[in-house]
Design a protein around this ligand. Structure first.
Ligand SMILES: NC(=O)C1=CN([C@@H]2O[C@H](COP(=O)(O)OP(=O)(O)OC[C@H]3O[C@@H](n4cnc5c(N)ncnc54)[C@H](OP(=O)(O)O)[C@@H]3O)[C@@H](O)[C@H]2O)C=CC1
Ligand SMILES: O=C(CO)COP(=O)(O)O
Length: 331
C-alpha cells in the first residue's frame, strides 16, 4: 500500500520502518528540512532516531504537504499531541477522501480535554469509520531495533482496522484489532501520567512495592475514567492497557518515565523538560486528565497529585501522600 506518515519523530520514524518492512511504500512528512533530507537522501533520521543506521529503501520523505499525502491509502499521524490540531489543519482538503487516517499519538488536548480521535476527526472533518488508533507497548527504540512487539489497531469499522493491522504486521511486529477506539485512546494517554509518577518514585530511590502500587492505582484510575468515557473495560487488561503500563513504567527508554525520574532526583520541571529527548506527553496531559475527571464525575487522585508536582513542585513524598488520602476506603 501507499502510506504516508505525518511527523518524523522517534515513533513516527520507527513505525514508518515497521510499515516499510511489511512491504508498503512509505513517505514521511516532516517540517524540518534536515530531517527530510536525512531520510530522503541518506535513509537516516539523525535528529529523532539516530540508533537506526539505515532506514529501508522503500521509505522516503518530503516537506511538501500536498506531495506527501497524494494518492495515500493510509495516512498515519505521529505529531506531538498538543500540536496535532494545528498541524492537521494544513492537511484538510489534501488527504484523499478514501484514505484511512491512523493516530499513533498518546495524549489528551490540554485546552479542550479531548482525545486524539476527537481532535483528528474534528481537524480533518473525518467520519468515524475512516479513523483508526494504534496503541500498545511500543517503545520506539526497541521497535526500531526490530525486537518482537505487538500492538492494537482500533476502528469502529473492523474491516478498516484489519486493513491497517495487515499493513503494519511483519515478522517482528504483530497487530491485533478492536472496535474500542475510546479504550485505546484512554489507555495510551493516561498511562503516561502514571509513568511520570512511577519514574518520580524510582528517581527518589523507591523500589518495587512503590512502583507496583502506583502502576496498579494508575490502572484503576484510567479504567474508571475510560469506563465513564464509554470504553470497553476489557481493553484495559490487554496490550494497550496493562501491557503498555508495564512497558512504559518499567523502562528508562520511556520519555515520561525518564521525565518523572528526573523530577524525583530533584530537577525542576523546566530542567526535566530541557533534559528530555522527545515529547513527554504525560506533562500536558496531566491537567487534561484532571479536567476530564471533573467533567465525567470520576476521582483522579494520581493525576491530581501529579498536577501539583508539575504546578507547585511538591516532592515525591508529598505526591504519594496525596495519593494515599486520609480515609480507609475499599480498593
Ligand atoms: N516514542 C515512543 O516510544 C512512542 C510514542 N508514541 C506517541 O507518538 C507520538 C509521537 O511521538 P514521537 O515520535 O516519539 O515524538 P518525538 O518527540 O520524537 O517527535 C514529535 C513529533 O511531533 C512533531 N511536531 C511537534 N510540533 C509540531 C508542529 N507544530 N507541527 C508539526 N509537527 C510537530 C515533531 O516534528 P519536528 O521533529 O519537526 O519537531 C516530531 O515529528 C506521541 O504522542 C507519543 O506519545 C506512541 C508509542 C510509542
Ligand atoms: O508509549 C510509549 C511506549 O508504548 C512510549 O512512551 P514515552 O512517550 O514515554 O517514550
Amino acid at each position: 500500500m501507499k502510506i504516508t506518515v505525518l511527523g518524523a519523530g522517534a515513533w513516527g520514524t520507527a513505525f514508518g520502518q515497521v510499515l516499510a518492512d511489511a512491504g508498503n511504500d512509505v513517505t514521511m512528512w516532516a517540517i524540518e528540512p534536515e530531517i527530510v533530507e536525512g531520510i530522503r537522501d541518506h535513509h537516516h533520521n539523525g535528529v529523532r532516531l539516530p540508533s537506526v543506521e539505515k532506514l529501508p529503501d522503500n521509505m522516503t520523505a518530503t516537506g511538501d504537504r500536498a506531495e506527501a499525502v497524494k494518492d495515500a491509502e493510509i495516512v498515519v499521524v505521529a505529531i506531538a499531541a498538543q500540536f496535532a490540531r494545528v498541524a492537521l489543519a494544513e492537511f484538510k482538503g489534501l488527504i484523499p477522501d478514501t484514505a484511512i487516517v491512523v493516530s499513533l499519538m498518546k495524549g489528551i488536548e490540554r485546552t479542550t480535554s479531548k482525545r486524539m480521535d476527537e481532535v483528528v476527526r474534528e481537524a480533518l472533518d473525518l467520519p468515524a469509520e475512516r479513523f483508526a488508533a494504534v496503541s500498545g507497548p511500543n517503545l520506539s527504540k526497541e521497535v526500531a531495533d526490530r525486537q518482537p512487539a505487538a500492538t492494537v489497531v482500533g476502528c469502529v469499522d473492523l474491516d478498516n482496522a484489519r486493513t491497517v493491522a495487515k499493513a503494519c504486521t511483519n515478522s517482528y511486529f504483530k497487530a491485533f484489532v478492536t472496535r474500542d477506539v475510546i479504550g485505546l485512546e484512554m489507555c495510551g494517554s493516561l498511562k503516561n501520567v502514571t509513568a511520570l509518577a512511577v519514574g518520580m518514585a524510582r528517581g527518589a530511590g523507591y523500589g518495587e512495592n512503590t512502583a507496583a502500587m502506583i502502576e496498579t492505582r494508575g490502572l484503576a484510575e484510567l479504567t474508571a475514567l475510560g469506563k465513564a468515557a464509554g470504553a470497553d473495560v476489557k481493553t484495559f487488561s490487554g496490550l494497550a492497557g496493562v501491557g503498555d503500563m508495564t512497558a512504559t513504567c518499567g523502562s528508562p527508554l520511556s520519555r515520561n518515565y525518564t521525565f518523572g525520574a528526573n523530577l524525583g532526583k530533584g530537577l525542576s520541571v523546566e530542567e526535566a523538560t530541557k533534559a528530555s529527548n522527545g515529547v513527554a506527553e504525560g506533562v500536558p496531559t496531566t491537567d487534561a486528565v484532571v479536567a476530564l475527571g471533573k467533567e465525567l464525575g470520576v476521582a483522579t487522585p494520581l493525576a491530581s497529585a501529579m498536577s501539583r508536582v508539575l504546578a507547585d513542585g511538591i516532592s515525591c513524598q508529598e505526591m504519594l501522600g496525596l495519593l494515599f488520602g486520609d480515609e480507609i476506603t475499599e480498593e
